[in-house]
Design a protein. Structure first.
Length: 292
């Protein structure tokens, strides 16, 4: 069962933009050691939009190899071209992922019927558990709960990462989809409340830098323990915000470099974190107890 704190893992890069597979190995071990419940490889935070097809395939394949069955790996395989999404999903299945994560098609702004047909076609083409991903703040496309419910008629569509910070949306999804839907929050700032309302976990940016705290908070929230979840989450609240001072993954990659876990590389059109943002983020990391 996919549940709890899933890290939206960064793709570490050298300063010249080459992928750093040695650092990827360190990150996987870091998450195994800190109790992270699963890894999402090459999602938004993994810079999927700046990787070529071969690189995309290789990072997912290597992440599966490094995890070695110790925690589940979900491959980010979404695209705004249906045939590209099928190609990426087939490759991820061959790599041995436990499931795939498919973002709503971005830029071309499909209708709800278009979304339904897109996701259904991918699911029917690749026999692999599939988690849909709704993040209208990035895609200019908002998949409605009734479209999600309709897609659950497809046997291998099992879940949704809902990144719209709207608790009514979580309530509506739970009411309409019930236990048929594996529901993840995709917004760290509201993830605790979403889990207390019935989401089963969080696909998290914050978990990159505070994996143990996020795992414990998610476990408490999924169990309905508001007091414990709140106690763990409060020191993280500033970090949830600071990690989005600039477009993700800019801040989280800088934070991981500051923690000594990865080199500083990031690919254009993304740029290194602005100087003015560095001290506030450093203070948020210190307040969360992950940086001295």
């Amino acid at each position: 069962m996919l549940q709890g704190s899933f890290v939206a893992l960064v793709t570490p890069m050298h300063e010249d933009g080459r992928i750093d597979f040695e650092s990827l190995g360190r990150l996987v071990e870091y998450h195994v050691d800190n109790g992270t419940n699963g890894i999402v490889s090459v999602g938004t935070t993994g810079e999927s939009s700046t990787l070529g097809f071969d690189e995309h395939d290789e990072v997912i394949r290597e992440t599966v190899r490094l995890a070695a069955g110790r925690l589940p790996v979900v491959g980010g395989t979404g695209a705004n071209n249906t045939e590209e999404a099928i190609r990426l999903t087939r490759s991820a299945k061959k790599a041995g992922v436990d499931a795939c994560l498919l973002v709503t098609p971005y830029y071309n702004k499909p209708t709800q019927e278009g979304l339904y047909r897109h996701f259904r076609k991918v699911a029917e083409a690749v026999d692999l558990p599939q988690i849909l991903y709704n993040v209208p703040g990035r895609t200019a496309c908002d998949m409605q709960p009734d479209t999600v419910a309709r897609l659950l008629e497809v046997p291998n569509i099992i879940g949704l990462k809902e990144a719209k910070p709207d608790m009514q949306r979580i309530i509506d999804l739970r009411r309409m989809c019930g236990d048929r839907l594996t529901l993840f929050s995709g917004d760290d700032g509201t993830a605790m409340e979403a889990m207390l309302l019935g989401a089963g976990g969080d696909i998290s940016v914050t978990a990159n830098v505070a994996p143990n705290q996020m795992q414990r908070m998610c476990a408490a929230a999924v169990a309905g323990d508001r007091e414990t979840a709140g106690k763990i989450n409060r020191p993280l609240e500033g970090l949830h915000k600071a990690l989005f001072m600039e477009s993700s993954p800019i801040p989280v990659k800088w934070a991981l470099h500051e923690m000594g876990l990865i080199p500083p590389g990031i690919r254009l059109p993304l740029t290194p974190l602005a100087e003015a943002c560095r001290e506030p983020l450093r203070q948020a990391l210190q307040a969360a107890g992950v940086l001295k």
